[in-house]
Ligand binder design. Structure first.
Ligand code: SF4
Ligand code: SF4
Length: 242
């Protein structure tokens, strides 16, 4: 039941993407910074960073429109994305982008103001036909990696929002803040592999259970699919660190 609700939430988020896309825009935050405006995407990215200290990457698992799109695409390619160095690409993109934001702010003019609806039409992102060209371009950027490389490849490789949550949740764990995460009782595991097959991120959950690494995995989006699939109740959501 939980996974049905989760998927319904993700698909709803994707259907609302034409309304919300500007609030996740990596470009508009730079344009806004040149005018010293804290825009919608600035507020969303800061909120993601703070919330991830307590909720990990729950946003990715339950509410991200791009995640919803990619879980639909997984019907075409169910293989697990290769991890390793490819998972670092998003950090290179992120660091260059953050430098761009900071430099733009330093060179910018005006007093600092807040405008959550910057460049929207009454809060709606895609309000003209021309903007659909950008919208479908973004969809293609998200869909193509997942079509070629497998489950949620765009989350693994290129997502500009994931580093906020990976850094936020790592800081939360370092500080031992209460934080939603997955823990395993590995002695109960029968190595059936159902958790790995269920993982929408294509993670080798069975291997993580064997190594006791579930709680530390920064690619885990706390979706709970492995928790719900395990026949031996090995995996559980926890808020407090052992
Ligand atoms: S390891 Fe479990 S909770 Fe984490 S992404 Fe995979 S299925 Fe979801
Ligand atoms: S589904 Fe449960 S029992 Fe099966 S491999 Fe995963 S953790 Fe072990």
């Amino acid at each position: 039941m939980r996974q049905k609700i989760r998927k319904a939430m993700l698909i709803t988020a994707f259907l609302l993407f034409p309304v919300t896309i500007w609030y996740f825009s990596p470009y508009l935050i730079i344009e806004a910074m040149s005018k010293h405006i804290m825009n919608g995407s600035f507020i969303v990215f800061v909120s993601m960073f703070i919330l991830s200290m307590f909720l990990g990457r729950v946003w990715c698992g339950y509410l991200c429109p791009a995640g919803g799109l990619q879980e639909c695409v997984a019907m075409c390619n169910v293989k697990a994305a290769k991890g390793g160095w490819r998972n670092k690409i998003k950090f290179v993109i992120w660091i260059l982008w953050i430098i761009g934001i900071i430099v733009t702010f330093i060179l910018g003019k005006n007093d600092v103001t807040i405008d959550p609806f910057f460049q929207t039409d009454h809060g709606i992102s895609i309000a003209s036909i021309n903007n659909y060209i950008i919208y479908y371009g973004v969809l293609l950027i998200l869909v193509i990696p997942s079509m070629i490389h497998g489950k949620r490849s765009s989350c693994h490789y290129i997502c500009w929002m994931a580093p906020f949550m990976i850094i936020g949740s790592s800081i939360g764990r370092f500080l031992h803040l209460p934080q939603l995460h997955i823990e395993a009782e590995k002695e109960k595991c029968i190595s059936c592999g159902k958790c790995s097959r269920a993982c929408p991120m294509g993670l080798d959950v069975k291997e993580m259970v064997a190594k006791g690494e579930n709680a530390k995995c920064t690619e885990c989006i706390q979706c709970g699919a492995c928790v719900d699939e395990c026949p031996k109740d090995v995996l559980k959501y926890k808020m407090f660190w052992r």
